[in-house]
Design a protein around this ligand. Structure first.
Ligand SMILES: *Cc1c(COP(=O)(O)O)cnc(C)c1O
Length: 438
């Protein structure tokens, strides 16, 4: 399989190059030259298969012979050593919980796979790869714990001092080993500016092989298709349900794009709801056919506060730049903070189920889709992207109850914070990076 850029002006590359480069040199996003198809017979054979077997079948098609199959299988086993529960709310509404990984959010699915692939490709060339990321919270922790202990890699992550939650800070600063946290006296934009400068610093380029791990990396996207395929096949096998609707809480639209991949591969998926908060650039595009990104608005579902989603370029490409064609597979629904709070309440009152604000946005969007007369009798799957205990304040302000913090999160809170405090001048980052061993 070869990969080319959505901007089409760079040379097609292997999965190895696409993974290590992240962004194509022409500024586009890598996509497979063609989306691999599963025949109906192949799909039938996978019904009843385990999550990891389905993941392996998909990964094989995207990665081909570039990694020996037994290595690929091992990688998948070590990535997904946790459950992906499918919870029943009522006879045709399910929640797929994607938060059982180490950082309690769905970004573990992509980051763990990317880390292992990066480690494998780095070891082929006997290189040490330095992953450099600026983070405002969730991505950084998934990357820190994804790359923790992966040979031939190390992570340097920058986060804005005092601007991440205490829990997020613990997640960013306790991975240890090959993960270095830099606490920057500045804001997220400073962190991003410093990282960008490092990527174009010729002196660093001589010394270190730098790569990024942000959500545009194709090797973070591919593994996110696994849980769509798995849920669709599992429901078919267990309940005879076909073509469910997935409601996807969306920010940068990586999650949704991975769902589109799964559908185009041939897995039995009916439709998608792109559930957004007040940051509704894609929703408006679906309605009006014009893409007019706006500045980011702060909402209750903070991880979805993205004004100009990076994966939109891929979605657009897959649907030939046509909002009508995109609209046949995807309905956009924007949910207000007020509705989000009401949805947290209603899910708890009706089903005794506690949702974090991101999941609640998707739940509410599914309800609105149904009440507007669509998808009648169709099964809906709400993707739950974070464990409620990650967003205690938001939930406890709506529900009068104390949320139990899972054991592994409590352990995390007791670990010792390890971070290097630096100023927001690029020179300080350069001097830290230049001080690392080669
Ligand atoms: C990142 C994130 C999202 C948004 O996912 P995208 O792939 O960027 O659309 C939703 N919920 C949570 C909890 C997240 O961390």
């Amino acid at each position: 399989m070869i990969y080319f850029s959505t901007s089409k002006s760079s040379i097609p590359v292997s999965i190895k190059k696409a993974t290590l480069e992240g962004l194509a040199p022409d500024g586009g996003l890598y996509i497979p030259s063609e989306i691999p198809r599963f025949s109906p017979e192949e799909i039938e054979l996978l019904e009843g298969a385990s999550f990891n077997n389905i993941a392996f079948a998909i990964a094989k098609k995207f990665i081909g012979a570039e990694i020996p199959l037994e290595r690929l299988e091992e990688m998948i086993e070590s990535c997904y050593n946790f459950e992906t529960p499918l919870i029943t709310l009522d006879s045709n509404t399910f929640v797929e919980e994607l938060f059982s990984g180490p950082t309690l959010a769905f970004k573990d699915y992509g980051a763990r796979f990317l880390a292992r692939l990066t480690g494998y490709f780095a070891s082929e060339d006997q290189r040490l790869i330095t992953v450099l990321v600026a983070t405002s919270g969730d991505t950084g922790s998934a990357v820190a714990y994804g790359f923790q202990g992966i040979a031939n890699t190390r992570v340097v992550l920058l986060y804005p001092s005092g601007k991440v939650s205490p829990l997020q800070e613990q997640q960013l600063t306790t991975a240890g080993n090959n993960v270095h946290a830099l606490e920057v006296q500045g804001d997220f934009d400073d962190c991003q500016r410093m990282v960008k400068q490092a990527f174009v610093d010729p002196i660093l380029k001589e010394r270190l092989t730098l790569t990024s791990a942000n959500s545009i990396n194709i090797s973070r996207l591919i593994p996110q298709s696994f849980y769509y395929a798995w849920a669709a096949l599992h429901l078919k096998e267990e309940l005879g349900v076909t073509d469910p609707i997935f409601s996807v809480p969306s920010g940068n639209y990586g999650n949704l794009t991975a769902g589109v991949l799964a559908k185009k591969m041939g897995f039995p998926i009916g439709h998608f709801i792109a559930a957004s908060n007040a940051n509704d650039s894609v929703t408006r595009y679906l309605e009006e056919g014009r893409y007019e990104p706006r500045p980011t608005i702060t909402t209750l579902s903070t991880a979805m506060d993205v004004g100009n989603p990076s994966n939109f370029a891929r979605l657009r490409y897959f649907y030939h730049n046509s909002n009508e064609s995109m609209g046949r597979d995807i309905s956009g629904i924007a949910v207000s903070d007020e509705e989000t709070r009401a949805a947290i309440r209603s899910a708890y009152d009706r089903f005794g189920y506690i949702m974090d604000p991101h999941t609640a946005v998707a739940f509410r969007a599914l309800e609105r889709y149904r009440s507007s007369g669509h998808g009648e009798g169709k099964t809906g799957i709400v993707l739950s992207t974070a464990h409620p205990s990650k967003f205690l304040d938001a939930i406890e302000s709506v529900l009068d109850l104390k949320i139990e913090v899972p054991q592994r999160l409590q352990c995390l809170m007791e670990k010792k914070k390890m971070a290097t405090l630096i100023g927001s001048d690029y020179k300080e980052l350069a001097s830290f990076l230049n001080g690392l061993d080669q």
